[in-house]
Write a protein that binds this ligand. Structure first.
Ligand SMILES: Cc1cc2nc3c(=O)[nH]c(=O)nc-3n(C[C@H](O)[C@H](O)[C@H](O)COP(=O)(O)OP(=O)(O)OC[C@H]3O[C@@H](n4cnc5c(N)ncnc54)[C@H](O)[C@@H]3O)c2cc1C
Ligand SMILES: *[C@@H]1O[C@H](CO)[C@@H](O)[C@H](O)[C@H]1NC(C)=O
Ligand SMILES: *[C@@H]1O[C@H](CO)[C@@H](O)[C@H](O)[C@H]1NC(C)=O
Length: 509
């Protein structure tokens, strides 16, 4: 053995020994897992956070999930006759991998597919109606819009390609401290630039025609986000992906994923409204001090409070409805961040559609359009009109034509007046209205996005909605916040906000 290898070995040994020592010295801190974690909100974001937090912190930690309303949040159903129908978040993209993973893990099947047929209403008549013949649709579209359609598909696909990188990063345990660094890791400056421009500006810049934007793109953004092509480019791309084929939903209702994740994560559901969160400092056993979060809440049996090591806020800090007060923080944490949420009213009607309202001369018995999108015209009160299928498709089910009473969902930004309903429907036997504060009112250029990290161990999941609001976005944010909470707890800064992950991980595929 020559001396060089020896010293190398010795060095290596020393190095290892040293690392071992360091490991030992900080071991109590390392092994000290958090004891209690609170999650505020049991929508898909909060329940996914509970699931991923359990994954990160193991079986020993107690996870409490507070919910003031119903588990599922913006995923909700309404019962009409014998069946239930989605009134909130309804469709999931085939490449939404977290949502896919959840239903596989929980053993819930996707809902059986029912064919659909789309039309576009300009406020007077149906300017486009999908044919049963695929080739007819292709020719109609080519005739009117040239290759805009194909180009749109390619553009959305290129955004989606980059978007998908997040799954690999998360698989390797990487997390991001802000919406900006998360987007940048996926799509570089290009993604940040998307948030800086309207969808309209972005697409005109990419060479799409204004008529294509008005006739096709606007109806899609109106149907998905109740807003025009002036939303920013990133949420616009997400919205267009929402017009892809192969969209799916969860059998029995999307909200089943939330209750499933709660159960799977062995968290405790506390049916109460969180009113305030305060930071408290307590002396610890070791003679030093430790800080906790005191969560105050109001439930059926009155008000109470508990201390937590980590808190995840999984509800928008924007609505005026359930304000949470933050006290004792410096710098202070506001109850509301700038901007507001867009109202979308879902009116679910079981009745007979007045097909003349859509300006069609087709007899109702032959009118089989299921999804009516609308252009951004002055007089248009509705953003979409969808023939709903039940959350569970019974055997032998087919969508009846418009000549039969069936369940329609009208989406609008204002509640429908009696007069408007009477105009749209010849008759009905039930109407159920849900007023959602549905998703952010997107502006461009986008103002400062709220932070994921509100304080040392206090996290805000719904900041992600300002990039785009969707079930999968909340799930991605949930995983990110769980990783972030874990890495920050253990001081593993190497797993936070790493630059250039895409190139670094390329070899690992
Ligand atoms: C009409 C509509 C259609 C949509 N369509 C789609 C779609 O097709 N596809 C898609 O992917 N997404 C869609 N979305 C968006 C999607 O539904 C949301 O992005 C997603 O459900 C948000 O989930 P979340 O858990 O982050 O928030 P939420 O679901 O809002 O969950 C927050 C929960 O916190 C609770 N809470 C609030 N304050 C407190 C408090 N102080 N204490 C305790 N609990 C509290 C609330 O009751 C709520 O249950 C749609 C949304 C709407 C409204
Ligand atoms: C966004 O726009 C602002 C102001 O126009 C500009 O200063 C900034 O560089 C832009 N950011 C990106 C990522 O394009
Ligand atoms: C159906 O719609 C047409 C067009 O809006 C309207 O003129 C007619 O009055 C409506 N029918 C009923 C019964 O309300």
């Amino acid at each position: 053995m020559n001396p060089q290898t020896l010293s190398l070995r010795a060095l290596l040994f020393l190095g290892l020994w040293h690392a071992g020592r360091r490991g030992l010295a900080s071991a109590p801190e390392l092994r000290d897992q958090p004891k209690k974690i609170a999650v505020v909100g049991a929508g898909i974001g909060g329940t996914a956070a509970a699931y991923f937090l359990r994954q990160e912190f193991g079986a020993g930690v107690k996870i409490d999930v507070f919910e003031s309303g119903t588990v599922g949040g913006r995923l909700a159903t309404v019962k009409i006759g014998d069946y239930e129908y989605e009134t909130g978040g309804s469709m999931i993209h085939p490449l939404n991998l977290h949502m896919k993973h959840f239903i596989e893990k929980l053993g819930i099947p996707p809902r059986k597919e029912v064919s659909s047929k789309m039309a576009i209403f300009d406020g007077k008549e149906l300017m486009f109606e999908e044919s049963d013949w695929f080739i007819v649709n292709v020719f109609r579209m080519l005739w009117r819009y040239g290759f805009n359609f194909l180009r749109m598909q390619m553009w959305v696909e290129s955004v989606l390609d980059k978007f998908m990188r997040i799954y690999q990063y998360q698989q390797y345990g990487y997390s991001f401290s802000s919406v900006k660094t998360l987007l940048h890791a996926m799509g570089g400056d290009g993604f940040l630039a998307l948030m800086n421009q309207t969808l309209e500006e972005t697409m005109i810049g990419e060479g799409f025609s204004q008529i294509f934007l008005n006739d096709i793109v606007a109806p899609i953004t109106r149907a998905n986000y109740g807003q025009s092509v002036r939303i920013h480019g990133f949420v616009g791309a997400v919205s267009l992906a929402g017009a892809d084929s192969g969209l799916w939903a969860v059998d029995g209702g999307n909200k089943r994923v939330c209750s499933g994740l709660l159960y799977n994560s062995k968290s405790e559901l506390i049916p109460a409204r969180v009113t305030s969160i305060a930071v408290r400092v307590r002396p610890s056993k070791k003679g030093t001090t430790a800080s906790f979060y005191e969560v105050s809440y109001v439930g059926e049996s009155g008000s109470a409070h508990s201390l937590y090591d980590i808190v995840v806020i999984a509800t928008p800090l924007h609505q005026g409805k359930y304000d949470i007060t933050f006290s004792g923080f410096s710098p202070p944490i506001p109850s509301h961040y700038p901007g507001h949420y867009h109202q979308t009213v879902s009116t679910v009607v079981h009745g007979l559609l007045n097909t003349s309202y859509l300006g069609t001369a087709e007899p109702a018995s032959e009118f089989t359009v299921s999804d009516v999108l609308t252009t951004d015209s002055k007089g248009s009160v509705i953003s979409s009109l969808i023939s709903l299928n039940p959350v569970h498709i019974p055997a032998g089910y087919t969508q009846p034509p418009a000549s039969q009473a069936k369940v329609w969902k009208v989406s609008s930004s204002q509640p429908l007046s009696q007069e408007q309903l009477q105009n749209m429907f010849l008759s009905w036997d039930s109407v159920s209205e849900t007023r959602w504060l549905a998703y952010p009112a997107y502006r461009s250029p986008h103002r400062k996005t709220p932070p994921f990290i509100l304080h040392n161990r206090l996290y805000y999941l719904n900041a992600v909605e300002w990039a785009a609001s969707a079930m999968e976005m909340s799930a991605i944010s949930a995983r990110n916040v769980a990783l972030l909470a874990h890495h920050r707890w253990h001081g593993q800064v190497g797993k936070i906000d790493q630059e250039d992950l895409h190139t670094r991980l390329r070899g690992e595929l």
